[in-house]
Design a binder for this molecule. Structure first.
Ligand code: ADP
Ligand code: MG
Length: 253
């Protein structure tokens, strides 16, 4: 049975999309069938796997708002075993439009019911907010991955995220659990990075993945080529560490 994982943190720029794209591609590289779902109106995960947003007719918006069959929206990518449900800027309206729709929190979950079992993993790249799009992701998910950037104030805002997770557990999705916290953009040359790691480990304990993603230029270049790191530069540190992360996620079940 497929496992659905929401990659979420309401802070922007912490590595959600980089993690969603590269974890998905690395899981696919390791032979798993993966569906990446982009529910951020910015559509960075979509372009990150090489799908042109301008040429995309149907996206997750049509599924969430117009009840379109998700199967008709799935696109193949240049990565073997990796498929995508794209997002375009049209999704920007969905946060407001969802408010007045029936079953507004469970639309993604219901859409996924039909296709979930065709995949080993469904990875959802969330927008930088705790609005209805993220609530849909948390309701559809079995588990959550929280990227935390190795910077000052790393833990800021996390209590709000955790209380949202608890609310979803209480009212919408009892089985939801945190698979892990992934530390991102570590600059190993600074003491700050090491301090942040310790602080985050004290807070989340064994939930912190062993694989800590370094700040890596190749990781920041890859999206402009529309390629996950495992394709763009499979020998880079970024590729190595995201592969390690994928192995840890597989080990967790
Ligand atoms: P989010 O989705 O949380 O907003 P992104 O994944 O888009 O964050 O990352 C924000 C920016 O930082 C992007 O420009 C991305 O390319 C860059 N970035 C993310 N992770 C790394 C990394 N490990 N090394 C270097 N640049 C990174
Ligand atoms: Mg993003």
């Amino acid at each position: 049975m497929g496992r659905t994982i929401a990659v979420t943190n309401q802070k922007g720029g912490v590595g959600k999309t980089t993690t969603s794209v590269n974890l998905s591609a690395c899981l696919a590289y390791l032979g798993k069938k993966v569906l990446l779902i982009d529910i951020d109106p910015q559509g960075n995960a979509t372009s990150g796997v090489g799908v042109n947003k301008g040429e995309t007719q149907h996206c997750i918006y049509d599924v969430l708002i117009d009840d379109e069959d998700i199967k008709g929206v799935i696109k193949e990518t240049k990565v073997e075993n990796l498929s995508l449900v794209p997002a375009t800027i049209q999704l920007a309206g969905a946060e407001v439009e969802l408010v007045s729709t029936i079953s507004r929190e469970v639309r993604l979950k219901h859409a996924l019911d039909d296709v979930k079992d065709n995949y080993d993993y469904v990875i959802i790249d969330c927008p930088p907010s705790l609005g209805l799009l993220t609530i849909n992701a948390l309701t559809a998910a079995d588990a959550v991955i929280i990227p935390v950037q190795c910077e000052f104030y790393a833990l800021e805002g996390l209590s709000q995220l955790l209380s949202t997770v608890r609310l979803v557990q209480k009212h919408l999705n009892q089985e939801l659990y945190i698979d892990g916290v992934v530390l991102t953009m570590l600059d190993a040359r600074t003491n700050l990075g090491i301090q942040v790691i310790e602080e985050v480990k004290k807070y989340f304990q064994e939930k912190v993945y062993k694989s800590i993603i370094p700040r890596n230029v190749r990781l920041s270049e890859a999206p402009s080529h529309g390629e996950p790191i495992i394709i763009y530069d499979s020998k880079s540190r970024g590729a190595e560490l995201y592969l390690e992360l994928a192995r840890e996620v597989i080990k967790n079940g």
